[in-house]
Ligand binder design. Structure first.
Ligand code: FE2
Length: 288
């Protein structure tokens, strides 16, 4: 990867984020949810970046993009009272506009930050909630987009467990527990794709849709983190009152388990033996 010339003062960036969010109602659980999500996504971006060999300024850049990615959420909630983009505004574009058109980015980064770095950050923020990122990106920008999108997806799974599903999907427990997964959603699931929004029709389709995000994770470490955290597993154990839905979830569990094992096996080759000078096996070594 090309050399990145980028300096970030993390303390200054955190202070800028805290000052920005202090203008919003910090007694509102939804605001705090996004503040916490932001810091976790920044940390996850750093962990993913490190797993692919980024270090120093290149790693700082991954962290910074994580910190900036959801800046649009706060004003979205204040103006529209919802995080649902379809009912309000595209929060990714909105956040990028706040940072790069209104100039909020100046509070986070030094004035001499190279233009190409600013462009890269803007593209990553604008693209983070798209179903697919644009084809015509340079390799470095694409990498940072992938890091952010993986980190965001990993944490969305956590939010879906920490926050009641009824609140996230704007529905009732009864509706959730009595609905079935639509055939189209299952078909897309069997192709190992994230579920398109347009396919989701029933309340429980949204649960299946969030589970399907695992299929879009780009980096092996991301699949490993999802497995470690256990939130996906909790989503997969959604308890429906409907017999057919229980069967559908059992099927999804098996599919996801097979998929994750496949992905993790690729990232973690079988350990090889380590020999001493005489050829005696003295231990095993493995990547990761
Ligand atoms: Fe977002």
């Amino acid at each position: 990867m090309e050399q990145v010339v980028f300096a970030v003062d993390r303390k200054r960036a955190i202070a800028a984020f805290d000052a920005y969010t202090a203008d919003y109602d910090r007694t509102d659980e939804k605001i705090n949810l996004k503040v916490d999500h932001t810091y976790r996504v920044a940390a996850l971006s750093e962990r993913i970046g490190r797993s692919i060999g980024l270090e120093g300024q290149a790693l700082d850049l991954a962290w910074t993009i994580g910190l900036l990615h959801d800046v649009g959420r706060f004003e979205q909630l204040r103006r529209y009272g919802t995080f649902v983009d379809a009912d309000s505004i595209d929060h990714a574009q909105f956040g990028a506009d706040i940072l790069f058109r209104d100039g909020e980015i100046a509070n986070y980064l030094a004035d001499d930050t190279p233009k190409e770095i600013l462009q890269l950050i803007e593209t990553a923020v604008r693209s983070h909630s798209l179903y697919r990122i644009a084809e015509d990106m340079d390799e470095r920008t694409r990498t940072y987009c992938h890091i952010l999108r993986d980190a965001d997806k990993i944490d969305i799974m956590r939010v879906n467990v920490d926050v009641p599903l009824e609140a996230i999907y704007n529905t009732t427990t009864q509706a959730l527990k009595n609905s079935e997964v639509s055939e189209e959603v299952l078909a897309s699931f069997s192709e190992e794709h994230a579920t398109l929004r347009s396919l989701k029709k029933t309340p429980v389709d949204y649960v299946a849709g969030h589970i399907s995000l695992v299929f879009e994770l780009v980096y092996p470490i991301s699949v490993r983190i999802v497995s470690e955290q256990g939130y996906l597993d909790k989503l997969l154990h959604f308890e429906s009152d409907c017999e057919k839905t229980r069967e559908q979830f059992a099927w999804m569990r098996a599919r996801v388990q097979a998929y994750m094992e496949r992905r993790m096996a690729k990232s973690c080759p079988a350990p090889v033996h380590r020999n001493d000078l005489s050829g005696q096996i003295i231990g095993r070594i493995g990547k990761l």
